[in-house]
Design a protein around this ligand. Sequence first.
Ligand code: PHE
Length: 446
Amino acid sequence: MNTQTPVSWTNRWTFILAATGSAVGLGNIWKFPYITGEYGGGAFVLVYLGCILLVGVPVMVAEVMAGRAARANPVDAMLGLSRDAGAPAAWGFVGLAGVVGGLLILMFYSVVAGWALDYVWQSLTGTYQAQSADSISENFASLTGSFPRQWLWQTLFVALTGGIIAAGVTRGIGRAVEILMPLLFVFLLMLLGYSWLNGDFVRGLEFMYQPDFGKLSREAVLVAMGHAFFTLSLGMGAIMAYGAYMPGEHSVGKTVITIAALDTVIALVAGMAIFPLVFANGLEPSSGPGLMFVSLPIAFANMPGGMIFGSLFFILVSIAALSSSISLIEPGVAWLERHGVKRRWGTFGAAVIGWLGGTACIYSGSFFDLLDHITANYILPLGGLLIAIFVGWIMQRQTVETAAGFENPLYFKLWTTALRYIAPVGILLVFLHSIGLLDTFMQLGA
Ligand code: PHE
C-alpha cells in the first residue's frame, strides 16, 4: 500500500466513522464510569464536560486541520507544517512523542481489552449466570489475579490489532464501525432501561449529576482534563493521522462537534447504566477498574437472555476497543512506511513493543497504573498544549483559515480564541493546580 500521497476518503462520513471508532472505546465504557466513581461523581463530571467543550473540541479541530493541511502522518505533518511556517523542525518531536505515547497507551489498553475478551468467554460459558454479586466480584478478582489468563487474551488482542494494521485495512474498519457502533449504543440504551427498572436509578443520577465541589480534589481536576484528551484520542496524533484523509471541502468544525457529541453521549449513557446497578447491589462506586466488569455482569446474570445479551455486549466492547487500538499505532506505522519500512515490519515492531509492555502491565499493577496515569494526565494534555500553540500561534493565520474551512467567520474567531488562549491557559492552570502551585501563587497575590 502506498501512503506517499494519501487519497481522500470519498466523503466526510468515512472520516467521522474512523475518528468515532478511534474515540469511542474503553475510555467511554470502562474508564469514564470508574474514574467518575473514584473522583466523587457530579463535580468531576462537570469539570470533564467543561474540558471536552473548552479544550478538547478546539484541539480536535486543530489536529484534524493540521493532518488535512499536511496530508501526512503526524511526524511528517508537524515537520512539513513547521517548515512552511518557517518554524524550527523541532516541532516534529510533537509527532514523535505522539508515536511513543500511542505505544505506551497500547500497553495497558490491550490488557483491559483482554479483560473484555475474557468476559466474552465468561458470558458464553455462563460463568456468572445466577451468581451473587459477591461471587461476580470474585470472578473479576480471579481474572486480574491470573497471569496466564490475562496474558492469553492480551496476546490475542494485540495480534488482532496488528493483523488489521498489517493488512492495511484500517480504513475498512469504517464499515465495521458504521454497523457495530450504533449497535453498541442500542445495547447501552437497553442496559440503561434495565438499570432504570431494576437499579437505584435516582441515586445513580444524583451521583453523576449533583456536583459536590467539596469532593473535587486537585488530582480529580487533572484526571478530568486528562480523560477529555484520552476519550477523544487527542494529543498523540491519532486524529491528525485520520485527518490526513479527510476530503478538503468539508467544514472541520461541524464534523468535530458531531464526533465529540457522540463520544460524550456514549460515556454518559454508560455511566447512567452502571451507577444505578452499583448502588442497588451494594458495590462501591470507587472500587476502581473493575467497576464495569462487576456491575454489568450482575445485570446480565439476572436478566432473561442475559447469556446471549452479555456475550454480544462484550463482543461489541471488544470491537470498540479494537477500532481504538488500531489508531494508537497507525500513526507510527504510517510514518515508518513513508520512510521505507515495510508496513508489515513496522506493525510487527509496534505490536511486539505493545505486547511486551502489556505483559509487564499484567505482571505489575503499579506499572499498569503508572502508564495509565502518565499518558492520560501528562503526555496527551502536553501534546495537546503544543498542538494548540503550534496551530494557534506558529502557523500562518491564512493557511489555518483556509485549511479549517469554517463557513462562518464568527465560528472561526471563536475557535482561534479557544485555541490560542483558553486551551493553553486552561491546560497550564490544571497542571499548576495539580501540583499545588496555583494555590501558592494565589496566596502570594493576596
Ligand atoms: N479514545 C480511546 C478510548 O476512549 C483511547 C485512545 C486514546 C485512542 C488515544 C487513541 C488515542 O477508548
